[in-house]
Design a protein around this ligand. Structure first.
Ligand code: GRF
Length: 201
């Protein structure tokens, strides 16, 4: 299946998906990378791997989020994309993209949802004193970080962790989890994948 990845930043999860898709029996081809941020490292990474990588900057659209999303949607269709992965894509989506890609768009979030949706998840997890933290891949729906959970990976919080060290260990798990969940989502077609959790302590 032709998969597009939407990024806004460095693209390390994109890198994990590209690496997974390079293996012969993986069911996805990373066919297109789109970024709303011209400087996103993910664009460079994609081009280094020979993947089409394009900027659809949100700024010229001003407050018209739907028009920006319509431009994204048009590119996805032109490129014959069948499934979309958000990987550090930092724009809240409107129903335009969410509805058109329902069941075919997933996101990775750096917390064990439904705990800590939104930003600064690692600092907030530390402040809350949780002992288990991790990441979640979920279907994208209208509510931010709210769609059905497809897979999670958990790590133990260490007494000496700061937000930086915690982020680094969660990110390692993100890079394992995202390709695993994408594979399952594509292989099981429209059905909700029954994820066995990935646990790492
Ligand atoms: C990741 O922590 C991801 O979970 C979150 O944004 C970050 C993106 O990192 N949504 P990268 O661009 O994939 O390196």
């Amino acid at each position: 299946r032709r998969v597009a990845v939407l990024v806004s930043g460095r693209g390390s999860n994109l890198g994990a998906l590209i690496a997974a898709a390079a293996v012969a029996d993986y069911p996805a081809e990373i066919a297109l990378v789109l970024s709303n941020v011209p400087e996103a490292g993910g664009l460079v990474l994609a081009r280094d791997h020979g993947i089409a990588a394009e900027v659809i900057d949100h700024r010229p659209f001003g407050r018209d989020r739907a028009a920006h999303e319509a431009a994204i949607d048009a590119r996805l269709h032109e490129a014959r994309i069948g499934f979309v992965c958000l990987a550090g894509y930092m724009r809240r989506l409107t129903p335009l993209l969410v509805d058109r890609w329902a069941g075919r768009m997933i996101n990775i979030h750096p917390s064990l949802l439904p705990s800590f949706p939104g930003l600064d998840t690692h600092a907030r997890a530390l402040a809350a004193g949780v002992k288990i933290h991790g990441c979640t891949v979920h279907e994208v729906t209208a509510g931010v970080d709210e769609g059905p959970i497809l897979g999670q990976a958990a790590i133990a919080v260490r007494p000496d962790d700061d937000a930086h060290s915690l982020a680094a260990r969660v990110l390692e798990q993100e890079h394992r989890l995202y390709p695993a969940v994408l594979r399952r989502a594509l292989e099981e077609g429209g059905e909700r994948p029954q994820a066995e959790p990935l646990l790492s302590f």
